[in-house]
Design a binder for this molecule. Sequence first.
Ligand code: G6Q
Length: 555
Amino acid sequence: MVSIIESGPWRDLAARAEELKTVRTASLFADEGRASAFSIEAAGVFLDYSKNKIDPETMELLLGLADKADICGAIKRMISGDKINVTENRSVLHIALRDYAARTYHVDGEDVSQAVRLERERMAAFAKRFEADSLLGYGGAPIDTIVNIGIGGSDLGPLMAVEALRPYWLPGKRSRFVSNVDGQHLSDILAECDPARTLFIIASKTFTTQETMTNAASARAWFLENGGDEETVAQHFIALSTNEIAVADFGIAPENMFVFWDWVGGRYSMWSAIGMAIALQVGADNFERLLRGAHAMDEHFREAPIRENLPVILALVGIWNRNFIGAAAHAILPYDQHLHRLPAYLQQADMESNGKSVLLDGSRTQTGTGPILFGEPGTNGQHAFYQLMHQGTDTISADFIAPALSATPLADHHEKLLANFLAQTEALMIGRDFKAVCKELEALEYPADQIEQIAPHRVFDGDRPTNSILIERLTPETLGALIAMYEHKIFCQGVIWGINSFDQWGVELGKTLAKRILPKIANIGGEVLPISDHDGSTARLINRVNTIRSQAETD
Ligand code: G6Q
């Protein structure tokens, strides 16, 4: 496989980046049409990417790169069910889960659309029963609390969306999420639950994940010890999974299982049965609105030419910043408190998808791939890590995301939030040079020697690349469109880098080693066994842990 970095567009982009080194992004706004030329809108999402150091020539080169990587062909291969996840020999068809255009999707020649529709209907029917208070617990009272037990892709999407859609929560219903194998996570949540009114959702694609199975078993034991019995488990436990045998082995009947399929990647699964917690917390109709929002972005993604294609453009700007401007980290900064789990969600979506060093043909990549993602809601981040973004030694690119209207307005809070959203991208681009700082300090009548001392610390280099992503308000539709936009962006970047965005072998080694170590951890007050076959550091740490545990008192 010829690496993309050997291609003409890649080399030309590298040369263009050199030429632009001495150009200030702000100066590019001499072209009055820049902001409108470098903006694009689709499915209720408006993207302004004009505060990146790009010009029309750069954009043409980036579009040439997309052509060279055959983005259009790759999109077609994905939606036609080709097994583009080559290392797991799987199709990648999360868009089928939210198709409302009556399209058909095929895996191994078999139409999967009908199965998707049926499962969507089963989910909606179940959610409607919950909403109508007709899901009853063992004592006859309606279930009002759901506890989603899952991790990674079986946790982050539902959790993020439930938080984002808080204004749509059904009154009197609440949801909790348990992911960590740390027993404190489950215990803390169980302490808030009434077993007679709680539904446990065991969300696991494989139904073998250690954390989830451990939490599920402990939740079941707690239920049985606190009023439930084997007969009433069926009223209080449902499973979301692809593994019917393991679900049955756990004791959950087929009618309490909602299925999805191996062509739905874990981190792309919130649109499937894995979204059950969302459907229960905001209602089946709002869950459908979420899926329809994603579908609208999908329609745009598959139909729009690449130069008018929002996810493609976002991907290209990201490639430019990552590979040619040198931004190895990318911040996700939602100016909406309800999106507070979006950075964590996208961290998985992006870093697990594109955190790869090997190309599809098995050779090592010669260029940077997925950036480090991090973020916090604005304005909180401004009082924490933005310092480094403004004045640190590394360039960090960022997506600033905001709704123009608040879902729950309060006094002038939203105006202040928006002012900060707008000011930060301006500040990051314009910066403040030494002369301007001196002038300011002179106006404040600072003595000359102090100005000399202080001024360098107050200089902002500027030219920090940002995207501004604006939506009218955060609704199920705009949330769906936003997430679909990011999914497609990640996919396009993976295509250009020539990597498989849909496997995650990098999480395997740690899991295997944890299994090996588990039997060596001493019981409280138990015997310490000699540790061998580990590196010196790990062996010593195990010994130290075991010494503490063996000397501790049992409760
Ligand atoms: C996502 C990953 C991973 C997965 C979890 C949970 O793409 O595959 O985060 O979602 O490991 O897996 P299960 O759903 O199988 O428990």
